[in-house]
Design a protein around this ligand. Structure first.
Ligand code: NAP
Length: 468
């Protein structure tokens, strides 16, 4: 009799595409299953693991990055292998993986950003906040971008935590940032920045803002920075006031905003101006670059689902600015040969099981987790419960799983194929060499690490340190 998949005789072979939090939590949830024997390969586009923990979390939020210790333990499990610098759909195709893995999990996050859909959005000087984040965090894709910080005012559109992060980085003292792992190129550029004021535009009111209270409170604690709020914009409508009773976070946010209206500004300080109930309707250019933003005053109205939405009132204002960062949400990007929901920008799925978007039929052996499963929401820890749910579906499906040909079950086979396709793929031990190098370089400067920000340089460091 043939043994079931997931036993000593036929260990479950799993490929996880993407080694960010969702990918690592999926591996963890699989390893925690009682009576399951499995071996897991994490395949990651960049040489460096940890996704947004390395490339998204703000450099001045180091404590959040401590979560990588959990991922390090997972990676140390002998049944887990890491293949960095390997792009799914380019270096290795789905058709290459299918014969080698019983189950494949997509955990690639949301690689792009939403647009505002207004005239002038593509002018020079207008960027998605997500790539500014990638730039200051040393993500190789954004390493060589240039942000013009020569104008005194920048505008950030959106009221989520990413908007808070980019605003804070724009006004923070470079000497404070110099103690973090912010990318050197960004620190150097921010040292020359002429930005004195960041105006943050929220399309709804302070009671509807998506940011969390610690983030907004931080504005009041930054060296040499005054948060400014016009008391008139805190004059809440009745529905908003009533909503505060059941929404403690919103109540705290409004309270923090009120405290800012009472602060006395210090001449010479940088400023964060929080504006509410305003939407950009056009970016105005001069000489091909963004020079100002036309905004419209909004009013709130109750939608059919009971939430408060915003709509324009026909009252406009123009704010001059040299840089506009739209922080209106990340967006998923389709993976080659993987069913995609073009309405929700996620891998088409039901509770983590990949489905055909047209027929709704489950695609056997394929799963998804994290932002590419549910959309770009929630904190890092949200992905843990999400991974547990996807793994629950994977385990439920095991009895029906016919599994791959046993002749292909040997992990050395895919190792050989990856080595052929991508000779400079990066193992976890290779990453540890780079990690140690970055940390060591940071030590004399009193920094957590100095990031290597170009892929060829990362590979060079790995080669050099391997040779030692
Ligand atoms: P988010 O929390 O979904 O916020 C998006 C913001 O964009 C909302 O304020 C939304 O307003 C606004 N928006 C959307 N479309 C708009 C438009 N056309 N015009 C004007 N405003 C528009 O997204 P995020 O900030 O990208 O964050 C993604 C996730 O990562 C969130 O769950 C966040 O909490 C998390 N994160 C956490 C941290 C942290 O814990 N420190 C840091 C960064 C990110 P409406 O509310 O009116 O739709």
């Amino acid at each position: 009799m043939t043994s079931h998949v997931g036993t000593e005789a036929r260990p479950l072979r799993v490929a996880i595409i993407g080694a960010g939090p969702a990918g690592f939590y999926t591996a963890e949830a699989l390893l925690k299953q009682k009576n399951l024997v499995c071996s897991i390969d994490l395949i990651n586009r960049l040489p460096t693991p940890f996704g947004l923990v390395r490339d998204g979390v703000a450099p001045d939020h180091q404590s959040i990055k401590a979560v990588t210790r959990v991922y390090e333990k997972i990676a140390a499990n002998p049944n887990v292998r890491y293949y960095g610098n390997v792009t799914f759909g380019q270096d290795i195709m789905l058709s290459d993986l299918i014969p080698h893995y019983d189950q494949i999990v997509y955990a690639v996050g949301a690689q792009s950003d939403r647009k505002m859909g207004i005239p002038g959005e593509d002018l020079a000087g207008s960027f998605p906040a997500t790539i500014f984040v990638g730039w200051y965090n040393g993500h190789p894709d954004y390493r060589d971008l240039e942000f013009d910080l020569s104008h005194e005012r920048a505008i950030v559109v959106g009221n989520g935590n990413v908007a808070m992060d980019v605003t804070r980085i724009l006004v923070s003292s470079p000497d404070d940032l110099a103690k973090t792992d912010i990318a050197d190129h960004a620190l150097e550029h921010l040292r020359q920045s002429k930005v004195r004021e960041v105006v943050v535009l929220g399309r709804r009111g302070p009671a509807q803002a998506a940011f969390t209270n610690p983030e907004i409170k931080e504005f009041g604690e930054l060296t040499g920075v005054d948060p400014i709020v016009d008391p008139a914009e805190l004059d809440l409508d009745e529905v908003s006031i009533a909503s505060l009773a059941d929404n403690k976070m919103a109540a705290r946010n409004v309270e923090t905003m009120r405290s800012y209206t009472e602060r006395i500004s210090t001449p010479g300080n940088r400023r964060i101006c929080m504006r509410f109930l305003v939407s950009p309707v056009e970016l105005i250019g001069a000489n091909g670059r963004v020079a100002a933003v036309k905004i419209e005053k909004n009013a709130l109205y109750p939608s059919d689902d009971g939430s408060l939405r915003s709509r324009g009132t026909g009252v406009f204002e123009i704010i001059e600015a040299g840089l506009v960062l739209r922080s209106v949400g990340y967006q998923g990007v389709p993976l080659k040969d993987v069913p995609f929901d073009t309405r929700k920008y996620i891998v088409s799925n039901q509770s983590g099981r990949v489905t055909d978007p047209e027929s709704g039929k489950v695609v056997a052996g394929q799963y998804t987790v994290g932002w590419i499963k549910r959309g770009p929401s929630g904190v890092i820890g949200t992905n843990k419960a999400d991974a547990v749910d996807t793994v629950k579906a994977m385990i439920e499906d095991l009895p029906q799983l016919s599994g791959i040909d046993d002749a292909n079950r040997d992990p050395a086979l895919i190792q050989r194929l990856i080595a052929e396709r991508k000779p400079d793929h990066v193992s976890y031990q290779d990453w540890q060499l780079l990690d140690t190098y970055e940390i060591k370089t940071g030590e004399p400067q009193g920094r957590p690490r100095v990031k290597v920000t170009r892929v060829p340089d990362m590979l060079q460091v790995i080669r050099q340190n391997k040779a030692m």
